[in-house]
Design a protein around this ligand. Structure first.
Ligand SMILES: NC(=O)C1=CN([C@@H]2O[C@H](COP(=O)(O)OP(=O)(O)OC[C@H]3O[C@@H](n4cnc5c(N)ncnc54)[C@H](O)[C@@H]3O)[C@@H](O)[C@H]2O)[C@@H](O)CC1
Ligand SMILES: Nc1ncnc2c1ncn2[C@@H]1O[C@H](COP(=O)(O)OP(=O)(O)O)[C@@H](O)[C@H]1O
Ligand SMILES: [Mg+2]
Length: 275
């Protein structure tokens, strides 16, 4: 399996054209965060903003509006149960993230099913966390879109039917082909199954083993996909590598690295990579 390199990240993250505006860097909608897991969608949304997405909206439970705005005034908010607003917003988006902190109850399932009816062929749809569990449990038919699943090994077991011990590169690739989507199997050495090839992330450490770290990755993926549109597959690989490399850099002086610290470090990291 090929390993992702820093050179690939440097190839993806280029200096911005001075003639650009927020519309040049894509629109992202993050969907998730029930009344118990608001932090998950706040971290996903923050990572999308800090990795440079041009315009970011968060569809979440109204209980999370105040905390999200207090931490991240750059993001817009909408009630994730407001189907009229979602139907209006979704067609404008380049990237959708669904799942961080969504939960697996009837409300969550209704939101997920509705989003699946609205998403369009050309849009990137990142399916994470609770949304993966729901797709697996409910055997949902996937919409026609540019789908990226981001399961950890337990979520991948639910989605693929492969027990942890069976999750070999060959079996993972076969399961990816059946899903006809990109799959990022997260672990100590995360593997990215693109339709074209499989890649391994060689960086990252146990300093990342803290709640919210995967939620943070969804936002970086969304930010990179929103901006670096001409190199979609490379943008996905670069997001996975950047997330872990930032942690490694912080871990030189820290025992654990928090998702919010990785989010804060993104703009400076991206500036270094663009030089
Ligand atoms: N602050 C928040 O609001 C947070 C909300 N979260 C949300 O909580 C929901 C449930 O997700 P969870 O992942 O906690 O629950 P899951 O029930 O999907 O899986 C967690 C279990 O899988 C096991 N596991 C096995 N291999 C693993 C691997 N390689 N990586 C991670 N776990 C592995 C863990 O030990 C853990 O007990 C998601 O919607 C998620 O986004 C979590 O992200 C934690 C933080
Ligand atoms: N020991 C480890 N080594 C390297 N990376 C890790 C380690 N533990 C966790 N990670 C990374 O942290 C993230 C955890 O994702 P996930 O389990 O979905 O977290 P959460 O749902 O709590 O946000 C993944 O990107 C995973 O690769
Ligand atoms: Mg997760």
């Amino acid at each position: 399996m090929q390993k992702i390199t820093e050179a690939l990240v440097r190839q993806v993250i280029q200096p911005r054209s001075q003639e650009s505006h927020k519309g040049s860097f894509g629109r992202v909608l993050t969907i998730g965060g029930n009344q118990n897991f608001g932090g998950a969608i706040i971290m996903s949304t923050s990572a999308a903003v800090y990795s440079g997405a041009g315009l970011v909206t968060c569809a979440t439970a109204p209980q999370n509006f105040v905390s999200l705005h207090a931490r991240l005034p750059e993001a817009m908010v909408v009630d994730y149960q407001d189907q009229t607003m979602l139907a209006e917003l979704i067609p404008q988006m380049d990237v959708l993230v669904i799942g961080p902190g969504l939960g697996v109850d009837a409300t969550a399932l209704a939101i997920l099913k509705f989003v699946f009816t609205q998403v369009q062929l050309h849009q990137n749809l990142i399916i994470d966390g609770s949304a993966i569990t729901l797709v697996a449990q409910e055997r949902l038919t996937l919409p026609t879109a540019q789908i990226i699943f981001t399961p950890h090994q337990m979520e991948w077991q639910r989605l693929s039917g492969l027990a942890l011990a069976e999750q070999t590169p060959a079996k993972n690739q076969a399961a990816q082909q059946k899903l006809a989507a990109t799959v990022i199997v997260k672990s100590h050495r995360t593997e990215v199954y693109l339709p074209s090839a499989a890649w391994q992330n060689p960086v990252g450490s146990a300093a990342m083993a803290t709640g919210g770290m995967g939620d943070c990755l969804t936002g970086i993926l969304a930010g990179f996909l929103a901006q670096f549109t001409t190199q979609r597959e490379a943008a996905i690989l670069a997001a996975v590598y950047a997330h872990s490399q930032i942690s490694d850099q912080l871990a030189q002086r820290q025992y654990v690295t928090l998702p919010t610290q990785i989010i804060d470090a993104l703009p400076q990291y991206m500036a270094r990579m663009s030089r």
